[in-house]
Write a protein that binds this ligand. Structure first.
Ligand SMILES: [Fe+2]
Length: 192
């Protein structure tokens, strides 16, 4: 990825434009619709730039490389969360990167600590849960609960789960671009 705030935003916008129409197999929305819905819900809830942008980009790993989206027939986890986090790690604040990297772990955590949570997941998400290791063990959950960005991670997970409604209208990537740019600039200032 290029290295000015504008070129990073342009690269992300291009990924949405070129790959956003990919189907999110097992769901009735495209990958772009799914992520835009999460970001839009976050914005309507008055969430911070970090939460909105993390929701917007949490599945960006599905657009990276040739891995594509997971399929209901997959027999192994494709680790899109790590791919996505690695893609934006140099450019966005640690809280945002953590939300992307941990959004699958957050599902495994919530399944472990809230017995009603798994029932709220879509069929596709329940399927991928099995490939992703199933609910965390008690020890894993206790460890995860100490994550410094736990609250943000869980918020983004719930936005992920909520962003799967067919036909829900949202703004497009351009609507959120200024928030992405603002976070990239803030991160660059902190890093320099
Ligand atoms: Fe997602």
């Amino acid at each position: 990825m290029s290295h000015t705030p504008d070129t990073v935003v342009e690269t992300l916008a291009a990924l949405f434009a070129e790959q956003g129409a990919k189907s999110y197999l097992g769901e009735s929305v495209t990958m772009a619709e799914h992520m835009l819905q999460g970001a839009w819900l976050a914005e309507q809830q008055g969430e911070s730039d970090e939460i909105i942008v993390a929701a917007l980009l949490h599945d960006i790993g599905h657009f990276a490389g040739d891995r594509g989206t997971f399929a209901l027939t997959d027999t192994e986890d494709r680790c899109h969360e790590s791919t996505g986090a690695a893609l934006v790690e140099a450019h966005l604040p640690p809280a945002v990167v953590a939300c992307i990297r941990e959004h699958v772990a957050a599902k495994r955590y919530l399944c472990a600590v809230d017995p009603t949570y798994a029932d709220t997941l879509s069929k596709a998400s329940q399927h991928s849960l099995r490939l992703q290791g199933g609910p965390m063990s008690t020890e894993e959950a206790a460890d995860f609960a100490r994550h410094p960005h736990l609250e943000a991670i869980l918020k983004v997970r719930l936005l992920d789960d909520a962003g799967k409604e067919a036909g829900r209208r949202t703004p497009d990537f351009a609507h959120f671009a200024h928030r992405v740019r603002r976070l990239i600039e803030a991160h660059a200032r902190r890093a320099s």
